[in-house]
Design a protein. Sequence first.
Length: 335
Amino acid sequence: MTVRGGARPIITVQQHILEHQRHFPHATGEFSWLLSGITLATKIIASHVQRAGLLDVLGDTGQVNVQGEVVQKLDELANQTIHRCLGYRGNVGIVVSEEDDEPRVIHEAGEKGRYIVLFDPLDGSSNIDVNVSIGTIFSILRVREEINRQDVMSQVLQPGVQQLAAGYVVYGSSVVMTYTTGMGVHMFTLDPSIGAYVLTREYVTMPPKGKTYSINEAYRATFPQGIQDFLDWAKSDDAGGYSLRYVGSLVADFHRTLLKGGVFLYPPTKKDQKGKLRLLYEANPMAMLAEQAGGAASDGTGRVLEKKPSALHERTPLILGSKGEVEKVLLFWKP
Ligand code: P6P
């Protein structure tokens, strides 16, 4: 449902979560408190992203992160901002970031720390300095009582089907937060005049088909043969006129796919033989959103959400988008 102009109600993301509280019967507002930490952090990040040329936040820090990637100044700012905003929410027990080697245990939370928050603080780093859309991705798991709380890695390495919630914020021509708690996908636009995320689309559904494919074809020669066969077919008359759109920021490429349909592909390459995208805090949250919107997310052999993670920064191949389009890719690519 698109919430049209006129006398539409102003519903903030906190209000929306409270109304959806029944999915967390014992949360009694706890979850909305947690989400308010994420919305606060992304408002701060947005304010820096939109003034990047005016503040000393462009360029890199000269450091290399656990991924082997040069850390941009805005990467570090986003990472620290999310840690600061989440660390004192009281109900967050463990925080995992793409920028951190290991999970951070929030000792102050103690037994009250019932949630695990995983995030890519600023996805699309290569686009930061050239004013192209970038984003923040988050995933929320519950601390599992049946697992020793001190066994942090076992707590964190949960399959995507265990996610309580997932979402992203895309810092583009407007700042849009998209999230799901397993009860549909909902979108909010940050209204800078009031500093609040306001509901703009509810129960978003992904078109079942879409004539757009999104892939970095520079790596074509090292894609699996089945992916190369799909790309050849998509360019053929038989396919009926696909176009290529590729921003190079997962959040932006997924946001377009969610709204317009199509398929995003990051298959294995010679450089990233297990795919480039990280399972826990990129692929899983996007896969939850895709499936909640009626789409699909596969690693080539099965649902991304059913993968049992074995390492914190594990990567995965990702075929993500309209159900009909993901199925077409898998007709050609059977790893
Ligand atoms: P490539 C950004 O660095 C990122 O992690 C994703 O946001 C994006 O989809 C992908 O990498 C782009 O990778 O190899 O095409 O530059």
